[in-house]
Design a protein around this ligand. Structure first.
Ligand SMILES: Cc1cc2nc3c(=O)[nH]c(=O)nc-3n(C[C@H](O)[C@H](O)[C@H](O)COP(=O)(O)O)c2cc1C
Length: 332
């Protein structure tokens, strides 16, 4: 059974990899992922705020010594609350690379096109096989037009492509006016991979204390469908590899991602719930399904349920929308 795939130009034995998470904090945990069969590992992120605080004593342009910003800064973790400082992160990449033989993808997480980006080079020099850039930004600026936000994202990608020799993947939010065009612009800017999608951690409100409650919940398969839709729309229509992240809990979820056209499936919540061994379950499940379907290579399945062969994807989407409304049975 040939389950091989290629992601960011890197050949992998199969498509299941560990996504960015605390599973990347320790060399031992990464070794366990390798032993359990993870085809590659994305490390947890190094954050822009950590880098700027170390280099200039500023977080989001606010000085940590300025009392005026005390409240705003209190919401950020202190420098010592991150598992690794910026220099330690590079050292960690170096040590991980010496300990395992699977590809290791570093992760940078930020929102501006500023000097912190040079850390990408340090991660490359430490030996990372690729870099994942997560521009996680909830733009609250009422006067900022969508085009300006897209343009900032594209310029960061262009700048990183100018700096780096290793491949660059971009982890994205689905909340753009025209997501397909954002993918197209990132393709033109040289991105080697698109990672769909960031989960937006949505704070709730506690009505007793009348305050915001931050919550982190692991995902469920319910989050998969948005990812399937956009992978299916983009498969074969943009050059960068496509990684699916978000909502892959079961073997069936993973197979759906591949049928939609994903080159790799990143997993976090399922691994935190079931342990690293879940990767082997995913691979065995994929092989079992391929055998039932009479498929000898993954290539025969990938993108089989994408919109690649549809002449007019927009009308396909619209037709399904109308059909769904018509088929909805209203209860008495
Ligand atoms: C505890 C935890 C920590 C995470 N840390 C990071 C991170 O450092 N950088 C990042 O880009 N994504 C991070 N993520 C997001 C995951 O990489 C992934 O995109 C998200 O959890 C959706 O995938 P899943 O449904 O398989 O969990 C984290 C997720 C969790 C649950």
């Amino acid at each position: 059974m040939d389950t091989r795939t290629s992601y960011l130009g890197i050949r992998l034995e199969h498509p299941f990899i560990a996504g960015a998470s605390p599973l990347g904090y320790h060399v031992d945990a990464i070794k366990r992922l390798e032993d359990a069969g993870s085809a590659a590992v994305v490390l947890h992120s190094l954050f822009e705020e950590q880098i700027t605080q170390l280099e200039s004593g500023r977080v989001a342009h606010m000085s940590v010594y300025d009392r005026e910003f005390e409240d705003a800064l209190a919401a950020y973790p202190g420098q010592y609350e991150y598992p690794l400082g910026p220099d330690e992160y590079a050292e960690h990449v170096y040590r991980v690379k010496r300990a395992v033989s699977i590809p290791i993808i570093g992760s940078l997480n930020g929102r501006t096109a500023e000097s912190w980006l040079k850390f990408a080079l340090i991660i490359e020099q430490a030996g990372a096989d690729a870099l994942e850039l997560n521009m996680y930004d909830v733009c609250t600026e009422v006067s900022a037009p969508g085009a300006a936000i897209e343009s900032r994202l594209v310029s960061v990608v262009r700048e990183l492509k100018r700096l780096l020799k290793i491949p660059l993947a971009v982890k994205l939010s689905p909340f753009f006016t025209a997501f397909a065009n954002v993918a197209y612009q990132l393709d033109a800017a040289g991105a080697d991979g698109l990672v769909l999608f960031n989960r937006f951690y949505q704070p709730d409100i506690d009505i007793k204390t009348m305050s915001v409650v931050s919550q982190t919940e692991l995902s469920t398969s319910a989050e998969l469908l948005l990812r399937l839709r956009w992978i299916a729309i983009l498969h074969g229509r943009v050059r960068p590899s496509l990684a699916l992240t978000g909502g892959v809990a079961t073997v069936e979820d993973g197979i759906k991602g591949l049928l939609a056209g994903a080159d790799v499936i990143q997993m976090v919540s399922a691994l935190l719930r079931h342990g690293a061994g879940h990767i082997a379950t995913m691979r065995r499940g994929l092989e079992g399904w391929m055998s039932e379907q009479g498929l000898s290579t993954l290539l025969e399945a990938r993108g089989r349920v994408s919109l690649r062969k549809t002449n007019d994807p927009a009308s396909f989407e619209r037709a399904h929308y109308i059909r769904t409304l018509h088929n909805t049975v209203i209860g008495g």
